[in-house]
Design a protein around this ligand. Structure first.
Ligand code: PGA
Length: 281
């Protein structure tokens, strides 16, 4: 394998080409809250606390049964609705599957694809590719998760992310790039928001962001970098969000645990909002 310095893009070149994107903050509620009433309360609390946030795209991705109700709670569309997964199959006898047209009919505009918890249950890169293709075809935005399960000193995690990304993007047209968001979620750093265990640093995130941009540029040409937002996910909280967006130059976050606490989640959204205001002023 090539040494890291040979596989990384020239930072100055990449940086020069990129104007900062409008930040995107996605709440991945996973299998929470336990009841529809709990979901409604959490959504309303976030909506209230984030009412003055203008410079960030906010997406809430609740479990499937709550999607329609959450959509009704966001009549202005100021908070977009995301699904945590979808079927790549359009319709038919597929017990338990949820199609993209069903999701669209209840107001979903973003779909998380390839989350590590679904990959861990057996989802392959090729299935991720099929799902992305279907999401884009249906006019929705795919939030594609990539990330290694563990780190080593030889940089094998770059190979993992490169494979995930190249297969995920196979046959995707460059005309659809604005509907694509890539999230770097190192699996070893997920669910450590309570302060227990190792979390990623802004250097880890920044290095991988450049690597992902290099792959996008190789695959679609340099203009891809200005079309695709790259988020960080993995134990994002009020304490580390600033460094991921500032030093790490991430375009936002995919937030799990802390998205279930309205105050913490809104604080993260506000960090992205203040950052966006600062860089555009
Ligand atoms: P976490 O989850 O923020 O609780 O680490 C992130 C995710 O898995 O999407």
């Amino acid at each position: 394998m090539l040494p890291l310095c040979d596989r990384m893009p020239r930072m100055s070149k990449v940086k020069k080409a990129v104007a900062r994107h409008k930040p995107l903050v996605v709440a991945n509620w996973k299998m929470n809250p336990a009841t529809l009433d709990g979901a409604k309360k959490l959504f309303i609390d976030i909506r209230k606390e984030a009412r003055n946030v203008t410079d960030v795209d906010v997406v809430i991705a609740p479990p499937f049964p709550y999607l329609a109700d959450m959509n009704k709670l966001s009549p202005s569309g100021r908070i977009s609705i995301g699904a945590q997964d979808s079927s790549p199959i359009l319709k038919g006898a597929h017990t338990g599957e949820v199609s993209l047209s069903m999701l669209r009919s209840v107001g979903v505009s973003y779909v998380i694809v390839g989350h590590s918890e679904i990959r861990a249950a057996g989802e392959k890169d090729e299935e991720v590719n099929k799902k992305i293709t279907a999401v884009l075809k249906n006019g929705m935005t795919a939030i594609v998760c990539v990330g290694e399960t563990k780190r080593d000193t030889h940089g094998h995690y770059f190979t993992t992310v490169e494979r995930q990304l190249r297969v995920a993007l196979k046959d995707i047209s460059s005309t659809k790039l604005k509907q694509l968001v890539i999230t770097y979620e190192p699996v070893w750093a997920i669910s450590k928001g309570d302060g227990r265990g190792q979390t990623a640093t802004h250097e880890d995130a920044y290095e991988m962001k450049l690597f992902i941009q290099k792959i996008l540029a190789d695959r679609f040409g340099r203009s891809a970098i200005s079309k695709v937002r790259i988020l960080y996910g993995g134990s994002v909280n009020e304490g580390n969000a600033q460094e991921f967006i500032n030093e790490g130059e991430m375009d936002g976050y995919l937030v799990g645990g802390m998205s279930l606490r309205s105050k913490e989640f809104t604080a993260i959204v506000k960090i992205a909002h203040n950052h966006a205001k600062k860089v555009t002023s």
